[in-house]
Design a protein around this ligand. Structure first.
Ligand SMILES: [Ca+2]
Ligand SMILES: [Ca+2]
Ligand SMILES: [Ca+2]
Length: 500
């Protein structure tokens, strides 16, 4: 007994020693691996790219020029990463200089030294061989270079103002950069419009005609920032929206949204504000629009609150919703936040804010949400439920850090709780969240149920706010944002042009 015990503890000691020695060796091994081999000490995540090598065969050949040609014919259908490779001089523009450099490399049979000699013999500067290669960070957001080549198609464009735009040569001043973005966006619109125009439905044609007329007026007035945003909106419409083969309800929702805006601007609303009319009179008009636009009967005086008011996700198929939210990978967040922090289109769109209570019709909010949702869709390979889940999770992230900045130190004209999200000072992240979640409810349940829930919820807020003018304004404004999200999440199709 005692002997066996003694032997047992001896074995234990041996085992212990073996484990100890093995651990020390492993620690030394790891320390060596980590400290002595430099690449393990610095976390540099980047890749070396060969500029102009568009077919990725590590040479500059005629085939690269072939791909370049297809880019010149249909410039916005190629990927951002390929567009970045065409920017040979790395100035953020796709310009004639880029084309010259790549063509010279190919005519020198892909030998950068020979190409450089030929250029110098002709008295022209040319990149050194190493300048034709770049390290690019893997995780960081890279903006697509702007299209800055001459555009001969402008002459027969349906937009008569397009010929008056000149290819940009610089993006140095704020005005230059704005003009460069405008030029590129106008051509993107022209190309998308050419693909779409023959197949537009009458309703889509009318809608586009109104927006195009506004763009033209902005051009004539020299309102360049507003024009850029108008063009971005038109591009989004042209590239991603169609009513063909769609259920009727999204368009009907838009009609109802426009009626909500109309009510906000009406004499009746002014009378409500000055106390001459009460909330019932106002909401009766809203009921009337619900009836005529959507065929739905609503009596707001009797409308009950939604169940589980505080948690929208309770209305969704809970496990599926949770699955999509929790399956969001860290890289997805990083990609989406990178986009929101750095994408020039998004930054322009989200920069449109107004002084407090100056954006009654919620005109500033939708476009950036549309862009954000499209990016979430791209990250999630076109799966709308996953995109809604990603966005819902992402909306909560910056909320935390923005709260660490004292309120009085936040710039006056920005959405208070989230720099990355659209809206004005009075609009919290909540508006964006509702845009996204009510859109999501359309996917999980139905647009009718989503609308019903939105109406009940906003009505409850109105009651809680004692039907004050401020609460009434938020009833309308929140509903406008909710409907925008519902319409967009249901209708958007980022593969629309690619599918043709
Ligand atoms: Ca190549
Ligand atoms: Ca360039
Ligand atoms: Ca509300």
């Amino acid at each position: 007994m005692t002997f066996g015990k003694f032997q047992g503890s001896n074995q234990m000691k041996k085992l212990y020693l073996t484990v100890l020695v093995a651990s020390i060796l492993a620690a030394i091994g790891y320390a060596y691996w980590k400290l002595v081999i430099p690449i393990h000490r610095v976390k540099v995540r980047s890749e070396l790219v060969m500029l102009g090598d568009l077919d990725d065969d590590h040479r500059w050949t005629k085939n690269d020029l072939k791909i370049l040609d297809s880019f010149l014919h249909d410039s916005f259908s190629i990927s951002d990463s390929l567009a970045c490779l065409i920017d040979m001089n790395q100035n953020g523009l796709i310009d004639e200089d880029d084309l010259d450099i790549l063509r010279s490399l190919v005519s020198a049979k892909g030998d950068p030294y020979a190409a450089e000699d030929a250029a110098r013999a002709a008295g022209k500067p040319f990149p050194r061989a190493r300048e034709c290669y770049r390290y690019v960070p893997v995780m960081e957001y890279r903006a697509r270079p702007l299209y800055a080549l001459p555009y001969p198609l402008a002459r027969d464009s349906d937009f008569d103002w397009l010929v008056k735009l000149r290819p940009p040569v610089s993006t140095i001043s704020y005005g230059d950069a704005l003009d460069a973005a405008l030029y590129s966006e106008a051509i993107r619109l022209d190309q998308a419009w050419r693909k779409r125009k023959a197949n537009l439905l009458p309703m889509e044609r009318d809608y586009a005609a109104r927006k195009l007329a506004r763009a033209k007026a902005l051009f004539q007035a020299g309102e360049r920032y507003e024009l850029l945003l108008a063009l971005m909106e038109l591009v989004e419409d042209a590239e991603t929206l169609t009513e063909r083969d769609q259920p009727e309800i999204p368009v009907k929702l838009l009609a109802f949204r426009d009626h909500l805006r109309e009510v906000l601007g009406s004499k009746l609303y002014a009378d409500f504000k000055s106390g001459k009319k009460d909330w019932r009179a106002l909401l009766n008009v809203v009921s009337g629009h619900l009836k005529t636009d959507l065929g739905l009967a609503y009596d707001f005086g009797k409308l009950g609150p939604p169940r589980n008011l505080t948690h929208l996700e309770n209305y969704l198929q809970r496990t599926e919703w949770q699955y999509y939210k929790s399956s969001t990978r860290k890289e997805d967040f990083i990609a989406l936040i990178g986009y929101a922090q750095h994408d020039p289109h998004y930054l322009r769109a989200v920069a449109r804010t107004s002084r407090r209570h100056q954006d009654a019709y919620v005109g500033n909010h939708n476009l950036p949400m549309v862009l954000l949702f499209r990016e979430a869709l791209r990250i999630k390979n076109g799966d709308k439920k996953k995109a809604v889940g990603l966005l819902d999770e992402a909306i909560r992230i910056p909320y935390a850090w923005i709260r660490t900045i004292p309120r009085e130190k936040l710039p006056g004209s920005l959405a208070l709780d989230n720099f990355l999200l659209p809206g004005n000072k009075e609009d919290g992240a909540d508006k964006s969240r509702h845009w996204n979640v009510f859109g999501g409810i359309c996917l999980y349940k139905s647009p009718q149920e989503s609308l019903d829930l939105a109406l009940r919820r906003e009505m409850q807020d109105l009651r809680d706010g004692n039907y004050s003018e401020e609460a009434m304004q938020e009833f309308f404004r929140d509903m406008i944002a909710n409907i925008n999200g519902m319409f967009h999440v249901m209708t958007v199709n980022p593969g629309l042009l690619a599918g043709k």
